[in-house]
Design a protein around this ligand. Structure first.
Ligand code: DC
Length: 206
């Protein structure tokens, strides 16, 4: 079974994807990490985020398995990832790895922005996770504070607005719900309640 989970930054899609994957015994791919790792590699090589050729080379050079999440999760890398993610050739380069992950015999759970629309339009279950920008900014602030990073709520809310706008308005594979996606608004839901709500979207045996 392939489960595609999409949604904007800090909507709760990653946490939900992890929980569903553990529940179903399926492998999970957080596709945002691919874009973050591409941006990180580019910056580490003193490249510019809008240099398409260098960005594609960075994407091609990624080792899919060992991401140093501590270096990728921060606020700046989310923003940088959103910039390289708007380069069509970067998306194309990363698409093949995402598709082959999804086509594992046992199935997979993938989360991102374009999983249900572009990467796995054939997914068995699609969930589009949203939450208000204010709730998402609060969650991100708590998460950053928990890691000892500066967590200025107003700056985070502004980041989220900018990222939503860039991710939704880019020409290729913009953030969008697939027509057959189940909508899940987590604004008023905690992790457990969002998980229980998502379980209702699974086929009966799940
Ligand atoms: O989910 P995230 O915050 O880790 O993603 C970081 C950025 O990567 C996001 O702002 C846009 C981009 N991204 C994308 O364009 N497509 C995906 N499938 C996943 C992430």
């Amino acid at each position: 079974m392939i489960i595609a989970i999409d949604g904007p930054a800090a909507s709760g899609k990653g946490t939900l994807a992890k929980k569903l994957a553990a529940h179903l015994g399926l492998p999970h791919l957080d596709t945002g990490l691919l874009y973050r790792a591409t941006a990180r590699a580019l910056l580490d090589a003193d490249g510019r985020l809008d240099d398409a050729r260098a960005a594609v080379a960075a994407a091609r050079g990624l080792a899919l398995t060992d991401f140093d999440e501590a270096r990728l999760r921060g606020r700046a890398m989310g923003e940088a990832a959103s910039v390289v993610a708007a380069i069509p050739a970067v998306r194309e380069t990363l698409a093949a790895a995402q598709r082959s992950f999804a086509l594992r015999p046992e199935g997979a759970v993938l989360d991102g922005r374009d999983i249900g629309t572009v990467i796995c339009p054939e997914a068995d279950v699609k969930i589009f996770v949203t939450a208000s920008p204010q709730t998402r900014a609060q969650r991100r602030a708590l998460e950053l504070a928990g890691r000892g990073e500066p967590a200025d709520y107003a700056a985070i809310l502004e980041d989220i607005r900018v990222r939503d706008e860039r991710d939704s308005s880019r020409a290729v594979a913009p953030l969008r719900a697939a027509p057959d996606a189940h909508a899940l608004d987590t604004t008023a839901l905690d992790v457990e309640a969002a998980f229980r709500a998502a379980l209702r979207f699974l086929p009966a045996a799940g």
